[in-house]
Write a protein that binds this ligand. Structure first.
Ligand code: 3PG
Ligand code: CO
Length: 553
């Protein structure tokens, strides 16, 4: 069993109120017109930067530093908040699935055996995000799984695609569908009846998160399970090309593929198997509930087929959801949040719905709920529903700032932790002007929190989970913006591989505390030990090293 007692820090006191502020999608990049953070008025974050190198520095937030397969993998909120909260680097879903596919172990596991019981008489349905973004899923993993299932007896396969344009360039969906169609044709040549059955844009169909809007999941259910959608096509490539005339990849309306008699080619029925191919949890967990729970009242499922369902991973270790899965998730244990509550640190965490699970669920190692409810308060501010955030770029930054301020002033908490979503959520829309407004709103929110910390004599730690708004265009190797064949700038809706800032300060910060200069490659995982120190504790010995030292006295 775990010993939760943390050692006292030899030089740092306990009992300070600490604000831990995570700006979502706020990286550091050269100052040009596509760097929305540079263009925006951000006096608070600018003033923190003046504290470099002792009170401000950059840390790594992508690739191996957050447990992703390669250094070309951009950071994301899941792996970023996992690293921030857990203080160690865990091989993440993307990598675990790669390994299981490469070794073939995925086919020996309980999950695959379970779904393969449907191969003889039923259809295998694969549902998930179709791109090579590597944030929620990856095309090459889907390709390997299709091939592997075909070789292992799947006779009929239906793929339900969700187009991306958020972790990859808008417009790239057409190419991904063409690639998939080519793979399916190869399977058909080998005698497997394999087709695309339905589709839709990820933000409008299926991939909602944190129960922001169940209609999104319902739209997907209707197409995937019931075989019903407002748009019917006989070819998925045609569907995507046509629907793109009125919407971006992220927001394509749902469609089903029909045969020559106008009948859907792949509704989900009794006896079928279903795999949700995303490895990342947040945007699959709602569908997992709809597919798995007998009792379910979030929308009318109309039909609840008796299926064999497995997730690519188990998405929620606490809920054990789904109960069957192809690859075991990273075991992120002994997170800093759990240690700190066991040592008496009273914790407040807050964001708006679309990022709420980031500072709770992901922060706590993909675990729902509190550790000790009597010592923790998690506050969710409802996000605006049914809009794209470029029309509301201030989002709930003000409300998050107010809640954090009130929590700090109340004296009831030792740690007040927030995620401020604006630069990420608006950055993902690709709307540069709106993203500038978003960055300013985030900066205003940070100011409110720092002012409250000033009043109570506390400490602040301000950082970010990965880059996004600091670079809004695709660039060539020398950093020049790229244009498409029509001469239009290629807008980058995705995250980046840039480092992120971290700043410490506040009247409660002990004199002589500064960033060490002997952890130059420090990353997000080094933040947990740093925060533990500021609470007056030494981090467990297997945590990544702290970023700070105390000089003098
Ligand atoms: C999303 O899910 O919105 C994007 O794929 C990744 O964004 P996040 O990692 O910042 O949540
Ligand atoms: Co993002």
């Amino acid at each position: 069993s775990v010993s939760w007692k943390l050692e006292d820090h030899p030089k740092l006191p306990k009992g300070k109120t600490i604000a831990v502020v995570v700006l979502d999608g706020w990286g550091e990049y050269k100052p040009d017109q596509y760097n929305c953070i540079h263009v925006a008025q951000t006096p608070t974050m600018d003033s923190l930067k003046q504290g470099a190198p002792e009170k401000w520095r950059l840390i790594r937030a992508h690739g191996n530093a957050v447990g992703l397969p390669t250094e070309d993998d951009m950071g994301n909120s899941e792996v970023g908040h996992n690293a921030l909260g857990a203080g160690r680097i865990f091989a993440q879903g993307a990598k675990l699935v790669d390994l299981a596919l490469a070794s073939g172990k995925i086919y020996d596991g309980e999950g695959f055996k379970y779904i393969s019981e449907s191969f003889e008489n039923g259809t295998l349905h694969l549902i998930g995000l179709l791109s090579d973004g590597g944030v929620h899923s990856r095309l090459d993993q889907l390709q390997l799984l299709l091939k592997g299932a075909g070789e292992r007896g799947a006779k009929r396969i239906r793929v339900h695609i969700l187009t991306d344009g958020r972790d990859v360039l808008d417009g790239s969906s057409v190419g991904f569908v063409e690639t998939l169609e080519n793979d399916l044709a190869q399977l058909r040549a080998k005698g497997v009846d394999a087709r695309i059955a339905s589709g839709g844009g990820r933000m409008y169909v299926t991939m909602d998160r944190y129960e922001n809007d169940w209609n999104v999941v319902k739209r997907g259910w209707d197409a995937q399970v019931l075989g019903e959608a407002p748009h019917k096509f006989t070819s998925a490539v045609e569907a995507v090309k046509k629907l793109r005339e009125n919407a971006n990849d992220q927001y394509l309306p749902p469609f089903v593929i029909v045969d020559e008699n106008n009948k859907a080619v792949g509704p989900i029925v009794d006896g079928d198997a279903v795999v949700t191919i995303n490895f990342r949890a947040d945007r699959m967990v709602m569908l997992a509930k709809a597919l798995e729970y007998q009792d379910f009242d979030k929308f009318d499922r109309v039909r609840f087929p008796k299926i064999r369902y497995a997730g690519m991973l188990q998405y929620d270790g606490e809920l054990k959801l789904p109960s069957r899965y192809l690859v075991s998730p990273p075991e992120i244990d002994r997170t800093s949040g759990e240690y700190l509550v066991h040592n008496g640190v009273r914790t407040f965490a807050c964001s708006e719905t679309v990022k709420f699970g980031h500072v709770t669920f992901f922060w706590n190692g993909n675990r729902s709920g509190c550790f000790k409810p009597e010592m923790e308060e998690y506050v969710e501010i409802p996000s605006d529903v049914g809009i794209t955030f470029n029309v509301q770029p201030k989002m709930k930054a003000l409300e998050i700032g107010e809640k954090a301020r009130d929590a700090i002033l109340s004296g009831k908490f030792d740690q007040v932790r927030v995620n401020i979503p604006n630069s990420d959520m608006v950055g993902h829309t690709g709307d540069i002007e709106a993203t500038v407004v978003a960055c300013k709103a985030a900066d205003d929110s940070v100011k409110m929190i720092l002012d409250a910390i000033e009043k109570v004599g506390g400490i602040y730690v301000v950082t970010a989970d990965h880059g996004n708004a600091e670079d809004m265009v695709k660039r060539n190797k020398s950093g020049e913006p790229l244009k498409d064949k029509d001469g239009n700038l290629q807008i980058l809706t995705s995250h980046t591989c840039q480092p992120v800032p971290i700043a410490i300060g506040g009247p409660g910060l002990t004199t002589g505390v500064r960033f060490r200069n002997d952890v130059p490659s420090g990353g997000l995982a080094n933040v947990a030990a740093t925060v533990m120190n500021l609470h007056g504790y030494v981090a467990p010995s297997d945590y990544e090293p702290t970023l700070i030292e105390v000089v003098g006295n």
